[in-house]
Design a protein around this ligand. Structure first.
Ligand SMILES: C[S@@+](CC[C@H](N)C(=O)[O-])C[C@H]1O[C@@H](n2cnc3c(N)ncnc32)[C@H](O)[C@@H]1O
Length: 264
């Protein structure tokens, strides 16, 4: 029997379990992040064994080695979640105004609350927006960043084209994402942990769906070289992929070319 379009997939504990094959996928991803918003940061640190503390700063280090010199005045962090990368971007580029955008209200509220007392707070703005249709004019930003968002997107090429549209020519995109380890031997160890232990940890905190979805979402992401090719198709003229932690995550970088026909 076909699952009705209005009722997304759920795990045995009732938690949302987004299914890319259903028309409700985007809504279910939003429901999933609403469900885990409160525990997101804590679970992220535990599941990554603390490595997430290193990945975002290292990605900004990769960015500085890739991007043409010049100031960053306007930046957008897309799928900002609780705002960790947006705040790091603001601290890393003290002259920048940063828009932190996300389509999940619960995540955005946590990002705003976590930012309020910080010294960089007056340079951060918050916006509720979907990556598939950004509410910003063409060429608005010098830098677009996103961390651990790409594999959740219903349509990666559309989102990359949108990110390219809102960048000025010469502006830079940074995408940080979980990827397949470089070595098959280490890959087996990684998958034993990521495909079995992490969902088990998720089930222990009544989030079986979200953390069973996690390894599934990784399989939907194109491999590194195909991801770089997708950046090229979206209009990025110079691209790079910089693996971190034996390839568990990769910093993808792209320099925006001239505006495409999709620009408004
Ligand atoms: C895994 S979290 C990452 C949060 C944050 N970037 C970080 O580094 O911790 C993914 C975030 O992307 C957001 N997201 C997923 N798909 C989105 C979309 N299509 N448009 C906007 N935000 C999206 C989710 O709501 C969630 O907050």
């Amino acid at each position: 029997m076909a699952i009705p379009a209005t009722d997304g997939r759920r795990a045995a504990d009732g938690s949302p379990f987004p299914d890319r094959t259903l028309p409700t996928f985007e809504r279910d991803v939003r429901r999933m992040f609403t469900h885990i918003a409160e525990r997101y940061e804590w679970f992220d640190h535990v599941a990554s064994l603390g490595n997430d503390y290193l990945w975002r700063p290292r990605a900004l280090w990769d960015l500085d080695r890739f991007r043409p010199t010049g100031p960053i005045g306007r930046a957008l962090d897309l799928g900002c979640g609780t705002g960790e990368l947006a705040r790091q971007v603001a601290r890393h580029y003290p002259g920048a105004r940063v828009v932190a955008a996300d389509f999940t209200g619960a995540m955005l509220r946590r990002a705003e609350a976590a930012t309020r007392a910080r010294s960089e707070a007056d340079r951060l703005d918050f916006a509720r927006a979907t990556a598939l249709r950004l509410p910003f004019a063409a060429g608005s930003f010098d830098l677009v960043t996103n961390a651990f968002v790409a594999r959740n997107l219903a349509n990666l090429p559309t989102a990359l084209a949108e990110m390219h549209r809102v960048l000025r020519p010469g502006g830079v995109l940074l995408t940080l994402e979980i990827t397949e380890p470089l070595s098959p031997t280490f890959g087996r160890l990684f998958h034993a942990y990521f495909d079995r232990v992490v969902p088990w940890l998720g089930a222990a905190v009544r989030s079986a769906g979200p953390y069973a979805y996690l390894p599934e979402s990784l399989r939907s992401l194109p491999p590194r070289e195909a991801f770089r090719a997708a950046l090229g198709h979206a209009g990025f003229v110079r691209t790079a992929a910089r693996p971190q932690s034996l390839g568990i995550v990769t910093t993808f970088l792209g320099e925006a070319g001239a505006p495409g026909p999709q620009s408004r």
